[in-house]
Design a protein around this ligand. Structure first.
Ligand code: NI
Length: 191
């Protein structure tokens, strides 16, 4: 695989997410990339180029941030770096299988999609997940109680929705940390 391409994708997302903070920024995409690399290390039959690029670009057309159609940003980056045809379609397909709301209950149909979806979900739980939840809540004027509710509506469900064995392992300790955190939160608030 071409390292230059991965570095170019990192620079591209740094630029693209400039000015965003909290949940969806370049740092999130870099963590998802890191998680995806960890998981991919345990999956021998995956296309690592597709995994890496889909992980880095998975939020490049997030509808909460960008008003693009048909993965315009991701496709623009890929095509301008000579990634076209079948590889481009496989990357876009993996990206489109990541969204939680769009894919509730549906598994991605490729191993690359499964890995990137797991990698994104891992970043929503554990210590990072807690930090992102309150950052997002603050941005949207939510009370702490409302953010705590988000753990029960979504975050505590994610451990059992992981596709790959490696992600299940990684999710276990992150999940346990959130459970401990909530215990402490309710002990302190007396709720
Ligand atoms: Ni994401």
């Amino acid at each position: 695989m071409e390292n230059g391409l991965i570095e170019a994708a990192k620079s591209y997302i740094e630029e693209l997410f400039k000015g965003n903070s909290g949940g969806h920024d370049a740092a999130h995409s870099l963590r998802v990339f890191r998680n995806a690399a960890l998981i991919a290390g345990s999956e021998k039959d995956c296309d690592i180029t597709v995994v890496y690029l889909a992980a880095l670009l998975h939020d490049a057309d997030d509808h909460k941030l960008f008003n693009t159609e048909n993965n315009e940003n991701a496709r623009g980056f890929l095509e301008s770096h000579g990634v076209c045809g079948e590889t481009e379609e496989r990357i876009v397909n993996a990206i489109n299988s990541v969204s939680f709301s769009k894919n509730r209950g549906r598994k991605p149909d490729t191993i690359e999609g499964m890995i990137v979806q797991d990698a994104d979900r891992l970043d929503a739980i554990g210590a990072v997940g807690i930090a992102r939840t309150f950052a997002y809540g603050g941005e949207h004027g939510r009370s702490l109680e409302a953010s705590i509710g988000h753990f029960y509506e979504k975050l505590l469900l994610l451990k059992d929705e992981m596709n790959t064995d490696r992600a299940k392992e990684l999710a276990d300790s992150r999940h346990a940390f959130m459970v401990d955190y909530l215990k402490e939160y309710f002990a302190e608030t007396g709720e």
